[in-house]
Design a protein around this ligand. Structure first.
Ligand code: PMP
Length: 399
């Protein structure tokens, strides 16, 4: 019965961590998965998370099921983070939010909603994008196509290509946009370009679906990093948003996130939420409690919220510092090449432009583990390893 089941290929991102763990090279460096590490390259539990957990434990709460749509305080906090407290759309009751299984699960619920209620719609995803986007929509039976995004020549945004591709998309299509800190390129549209994309979505009747996985990681400021979805709502667009607390609160394994829909009126929001609940009921029934309680405790408690912002700036700042150090080391070792893109890119990653063969050299010869698209996670780099990494990159570029 199962003898004919073929072996699935390893995941292009999580497979890198598996290969890293298997390596016995003492110099090995894992720059694959986007998970924050401290200066000793150890995983971090934020202080505010520890404090929130202390508060939660002291209340001695039960382990009953949450409702299908999730924890009320969490849902409110999450929508506030996205739109800003007291936003008119919230007051008008035209926001539907369902707590789901972090960013991935929220995207999947969104994909299921598209499959059921926007039948035949194609989802346009950036080229390149986070590898799992293709799986999430593809497995749900939603057709997806690429729109141009990255210009290798300028190591910047291919705004002309993006505009052409979205202009050619059939009305009613969905456009997946990275809210901030585009993964893997670290290249975001400027505010003017975001405005033009919003206008284009409006003119062409395209539905924007924001993937917000790095709020707070682009600039270190939660509000600034929500600029794009807020702008789209301000311009009168209906939007879908998936939100994740994996990175900004370091809750990776707790699976904390939400799918949010900002729609035209309260009645539509009520109906959409009822359908999101219907979809979630069959997928996983109800979301997990612990992580949602942590996030709600942090966002809804002024003292913890302020402390979180300091810790978040600390994480974003450490990444920015190693970015600068890596660029300086590469400029010193290989001055004939322009390395300035490293500090122009934002977020957790640098898109190095290394080819798959050069990535193989990085891994096989230097034990630097990274995805084959040439992306490195700077969250996994420290000052002590900058020289080693720069030598490996220069050796690989010359090969
Ligand atoms: N979207 C993007 C662009 C991501 O980079 C990630 C995490 N790597 C996610 C969504 C989802 O992560 P999670 O499911 O842990 O929230």
């Amino acid at each position: 019965r199962f003898a004919d089941v073929a072996q699935a290929p390893p995941d292009p991102i999580l497979g890198v961590s598996e290969a890293f763990r298997a390596s016995t090279n003492p110099n090995k460096l894992n720059l694959g998965v986007g998970a924050y590490r401290d200066e000793d390259l150890k995983p971090v539990v934020l202080n505010v998370v520890k404090k929130a957990e202390g508060n939660i434990f002291s209340r001695n709460e039960n382990k009953e099921y949450l409702s299908i749509e999730g924890l009320e305080g969490f849902r409110r906090a999450t929508v506030d983070l996205l739109l800003g407290q007291g936003h008119p759309a919230i007051q008008e009751g035209r926001v539907a939010a369902i707590q789901s299984l972090s960013g991935t699960g929220s995207l999947r619920v969104g994909a299921a909603f598209i499959a059921r209620f926007l039948k035949g719609a194609t989802v346009y995803i950036s080229n390149p994008t986070w590898g799992n986007h293709r799986n999430i929509f593809g497995d749900e039976g939603v057709e997806w196509k690429h729109y141009r995004y990255f210009d290798a020549a300028t190591v910047g945004l291919d705004f002309k290509g993006l505009t052409e591709d979205l202009t050619a998309a059939p009305p009613g299509s969905v456009v997946l946009l990275h809210g901030c800190a585009h993964n893997p390129t670290g290249v975001d549209p400027t505010p003017e370009q975001w405005a033009a994309i919003a206008d284009l979505c409006k003119e062409r009747n395209l539905l924007p679906f924001f993937d917000v996985a790095y709020q707070g990681f682009a600039t270190g400021d939660l509000d600034k990093d929500a600029f794009a979805p807020r702008l789209f709502v301000e311009r009168g667009l209906e939007i879908l948003v998936s939100q994740s607390y994996s990175k900004n609160l370091g809750l990776y394994g707790e699976r904390v996130g939400a799918l949010v829909m900002v729609v035209q009126d309260k009645e539509s929001a009520t109906r959409c939420l009822s359908q999101l609940k219907r979809l979630a009921r069959a997928l996983y029934s109800n979301p997990p409690t612990h992580g949602a309680k942590i996030a709600a405790e942090v966002v809804n408690n002024k003292e913890l919220f302020d402390e979180w912002k300091v810790e978040m700036r600390g994480m974003a700042g450490r990444i920015e510092r190693v970015r600068g150090e890596l660029q300086a080391a590469l400029e010193a070792k290989c001055p004939q090449k322009d390395w300035s893109f490293i500090t122009r890119q934002i977020g957790m990653f640098s898109f190095t432009g290394l080819s798959p063969a050069q990535v193989d050299n990085m891994t096989n010869k230097h034990a630097v583990y990274m995805t084959r698209d040439g992306r490195i996670s700077l969250a996994g780099l420290n000052s002590a390893k900058v020289e080693y990494l720069a030598d490996a990159i220069v050796d690989s570029v010359r090969n």
